[in-house]
Design a protein around this ligand. Structure first.
Ligand SMILES: Cc1cc2nc3c(=O)[nH]c(=O)nc-3n(C[C@H](O)[C@H](O)[C@H](O)COP(=O)(O)OP(=O)(O)OC[C@H]3O[C@@H](n4cnc5c(N)ncnc54)[C@H](O)[C@@H]3O)c2cc1C
Length: 389
């Protein structure tokens, strides 16, 4: 039988960031087991938007720490994050404006740089957005988007350089426990690895992995399709990332005159998805509905040509915030439930989880991310509430 000091189940951006930080904390033999290949899960299907608008001090500090890593990824981790600081605009309705103002005041106190524009002033920054229906627009000049598979690979390589081992094509099918403690994992090939710490970083498969220990995670796997369009030649220069919280759509530029777009209508939990369907082609009707919503936000997008799309999915908790905690089974940790924003938070999530596991002081208070917050309480959130509270 083999042995490790910590086994991380899942080689997505969460698992690899954690492996990098755990190996850096001197935890000993850190082993990542990935059933397919690094980036095969939600990370490989991500849109990669890095916005800073978050509703709480803890999430704000997490995104600021993470943004700092994306900005100097080669020095901080190694490799390319593909970070484009194109700026992010976030449109809200008139009803949402007071909450936006309150949230930004809190965030400014923590170091976020952003300004609120009146819709009438939007044309100075992006004349192609239709301001009708908006009550305010937040401009984050330092935000943008990154390349999730590149960041995932960067963390994997950096973790290896620190001595972590990443095994691909290795599925965990069973967990070993004794007297309320985790003692090991068993792979599909029948390999048994004894270890005192196991981390469930299996993203869209995290509920299934937790069930191996008879633990039910409050996570729904909700479908979130993405559509790629070719902008018409007359569209003009690249646009910023635009999240239209009032109208329910988003756009982020891609190289080659392409735009990635999708809906922000908070309907993912109503469309539970088998994670094995990740990457499937959405129907043309589904694309038409989504692209119509996008063209309402940016009318010029009505001229764009639909190129392709894929079914993504989010691992969604009731408050749309991650679970970063040890479970009731000693030594069995969860870093999942990223609820559609786990790419931009991955650098901080890895740091926080490594601290929880090694016993070091966490860089951000992990209390809001405890699993126990859901026990016996009805908590409900939306994707929009993960921006504004
Ligand atoms: C369409 C889409 C758009 C998104 N857009 C954004 C965005 O704009 N900004 C942002 O911040 N976030 C975004 N996200 C969310 C973000 O990409 C995810 O939260 C993040 O990538 C999840 O990473 P992860 O490592 O937790 O999970 P995953 O990437 O899903 O990794 C989990 C891994 O576990 C492996 N695994 C599963 N079961 C087992 C097992 N039994 N044994 C071994 N390995 C196993 C899987 O193969 C997988 O590779 C988006 C996600 C999607 C799908």
């Amino acid at each position: 039988m083999r042995a490790a000091d910590a086994v991380i189940i899942g080689g997505g951006v969460t698992g690899c960031s954690l492996a990098f930080h755990l190996a850096g904390a001197g935890l000993g033999r850190v082993l990542v087991l990935e059933r397919r290949f690094v980036g095969a899960g939600g990370t490989g299907r991500s849109v990669g938007i890095i916005r800073q608008l978050y509703p709480t001090p803890e999430t704000t500090l997490m995104v600021l720490r993470s943004l700092d890593v994306f900005e100097r990824f080669d020095d901080a981790v190694g490799g390319e994050a593909g970070f484009h600081r194109c700026g992010v605009l976030i449109g809200v309705s008139a009803a949402m404006r007071p909450t936006l103002e309150k949230t930004l005041a809190l965030q400014r106190g923590l170091g976020v740089r952003a300004e609120i524009l009146d819709p009438a002033d939007l044309h100075r920054l992006e004349p192609r957005i239709d301001p009708a229906g908006l009550g305010a627009v937040l401009h984050e000049p330092g935000s943008g988007y990154g390349d999730p598979p590149a960041v995932n690979a960067g963390y994997a390589e950096a973790a290896r350089r620190r001595g972590a081992v990443i095994e691909q094509g290795v599925e965990v099918v069973s967990l070993r426990t004794s007297s309320g403690k985790i003692t090991g994992v068993v792979t599909a090939a029948g390999d048994e690895i004894s270890c005192p710490v196991v981390v469930n970083a299996a993203g869209l498969w995290s509920p299934a992995v937790a069930r191996l220990a008879d633990i039910e995670l409050p996570i729904v796997i909700g479908r979130h399709p993405v559509f790629v369009v070719e902008r018409d030649p007359g569209f003009g220069p690249d646009h910023m990332v635009y999240m239209d919280l009032a109208g329910g759509s988003y756009l982020r530029p891609e190289t080659g005159g392409l735009t990635l777009t999708g809906s922000l209508i908070d309907d993912e939990t109503q469309h539970p998805m088998d994670p094995e369907l990740l990457g499937a082609e959405p129907s043309f009707d589904e694309a038409s509905v989504a692209l119509e919503r996008t063209s309402r936000a940016v009318p010029r997008m009505a001229e764009a040509r639909y190129a392709r799309g894929w079914a993504g999915a989010f691992d969604i908790t009731p408050d749309w915030m991650p679970i970063l905690d040890e479970t009731g089974l000693e030594g069995f940790f969860v870093a999942a439930g990223m609820s559609g924003h786990g790419f931009k938070l991955a650098p901080a999530v890895g740091e926080i989880m490594a601290a929880l596991i090694s016993g070091a002081p966490p860089p951000v208070d992990p209390a809001p991310f405890r699993l126990s917050r859901f026990a016996g309480r009805a908590i409900s959130g939306t994707f929009v509430s993960s921006y504004l509270g």
